[in-house]
Design a protein around this ligand. Structure first.
Ligand code: NAD
Ligand code: DAU
Length: 351
């Protein structure tokens, strides 16, 4: 009999890469993708695998306790990979409540359902919670986040993710739930919603629109190719130790302004325009409230224990990502024609 594996948030950016990897690599699993299809969920991300016999999509909301309980009862999941979340920091600043309900209550609903349905079989199960490096707060110019770094979340998004991490660990200690966690740095790649820095800049360059850089563009992020994150998730799910946390990062720090300048130059070449054309669009705007200065991950633990390292060099992954956005205009246009335009106006008109 196939193992039933629940992946939440599988229609989103990272979730869709994880679903694709699992569906293709593990025909012996039946992958159930549970997603509420919020503004960030998009089944177009999975159209290449949606008719596979070991894949089922279920539209549903993790904040609905009874629905989640019934789903666990129906499918008797062998394992859970939990990625569903509200994920954009700027949206958490303007509307924190959606982050509290989905990221905290939604996670507890999943934990409670697993606890109840799995109560006599914890030893054969796994609840894997996918989290972010933002829970550790902001670094100065030196140092990196370790798994032991104290939590210091500073945005409603990161506070809601930190809260969910604490609850997952509490269920491990209190109820002996078989949990495992990972905290990853910034991902980039195909299918990322264009509210996030890299696809937003690509889209604006294409349309000769200003490129909004918060503050002075000095904030630093550690960028990882999304398919490398999916491979790390696969390894942790299968080989990671119960009760443990693994940090995942790209060892690839960029100040926002340097990253955007590089992106501009590559785009100029690809669009056959004079180098420097896109950089002229760079516009410094009002900073993000509470903007964390720097994130950087120390990924020694996952390397030593599980042998994971990023496999794609940044130059290659970045180029591949830009090409994907240039070749998938329909995907982008479909998003831009929805509520996104309204969000963009509200987010950027006052800056
Ligand atoms: P995303 O916003 O692209 O996708 C989130 C998905 O969750 C969407 O498909 C959405 O429809 C679904 N969803 C939202 N609320 C839901 C609900 N109440 N019920 C069911 N489904 C719901 O996010 P992402 O960037 O792919 O991030 C996925 C996970 O990885 C999140 O938990 C995030 O915190 C974490 N993470 C993201 C990054 C990153 O750089 N993007 C880095 C580290 C960790
Ligand atoms: O570190 C992991 C996190 O990375 C994930 O947990 C989040 O879900 C994900 O959204 C991402 O958070 P960031 O806030 O770092 O990503 P974002 O793409 O929104 O911004 C990247 C940097 O670029 C950040 O310093 C803010 C800046 N920025 C962003 C936007 C959208 C700008 O300067 N201008 C912009 O218009």
């Amino acid at each position: 009999m196939k193992k039933n594996i629940l992946i939440t948030g599988g229609a989103g950016f990272i979730g869709s890469h994880v679903v694709r990897l699992f569906v293709n690599k593990y025909p012996e699993y039946h992958i159930i993708n549970l997603d509420a299809l919020t503004y960030a969920g998009n089944l177009e991300n999975l159209k290449d695998i949606d008719s596979k016999p070991n894949y089922t999509f279920v539209k549903g909301d993790i904040t609905d306790m009874n629905f989640i309980h019934d789903l666990f009862k129906e499918f008797q999941f062998d394992g859970v990979l939990h990625l569903a979340a509200e994920s954009h920091v700027d949206r958490s600043i303007s509307d924190p409540m959606a982050f509290i309900t989905t990221n905290i209550i939604g996670t507890v609903n999943l934990l409670n359902a697993a606890r109840e349905i799995w109560k006599d079989s914890f030893e054969t199960k796994r609840f894997y919670h996918i989290s972010t490096d933002e829970v550790y707060g902001s670094l100065g110019e030196t140092g990196k986040f370790l798994e032991t770094t104290p939590y210091d979340p500073r945005s409603p998004y990161s506070a809601s993710k930190a809260s969910s991490d604490h609850l997952v660990r509490a269920y491990f200690h209190t109820y002996k739930m078989p949990v495992i966690l990972s905290n990853c740095s910034n991902n980039y790649g195909a299918n990322q919603f264009p509210e996030k820095l890299i696809p937003l800049v690509i889209n604006n360059i294409k349309n000769s629109k200003p490129l909004p850089i918060y503050g002075k563009g000095e904030n630093v992020r550690d960028w990882l190719f999304v398919e490398d994150h999916a491979l790390a998730i696969d390894l942790i799910y299968h080989k990671g130790r119960i009760g443990e946390t693994y940090n995942i990062g790209g060892n690839n720090e960029w100040a926002n302004i340097d990253l955007v300048r590089k992106l501009c130059d590559i785009m100029d070449k690809k669009m056959a325009q004079e180098i420097g054309t896109s950089q002229k669009l760079i516009t410094f705007v009002k900073d993000r409230a509470g903007h964390d200065l720097r994130y950087a991950i120390d990924a020694t633990k996952i390397k030593n224990e599980l042998g994971w390292e990023p496999s794609i060099q940044f130059e290659e992954g970045f180029e591949q990502t830009i090409d994907w956005y240039l070749n998938n205009t329909e995907w982008l246009e479909n998003i831009l024609s929805g509520d996104y335009e309204k969000y963009y106006e509200q987010q950027y008109e006052k800056r």
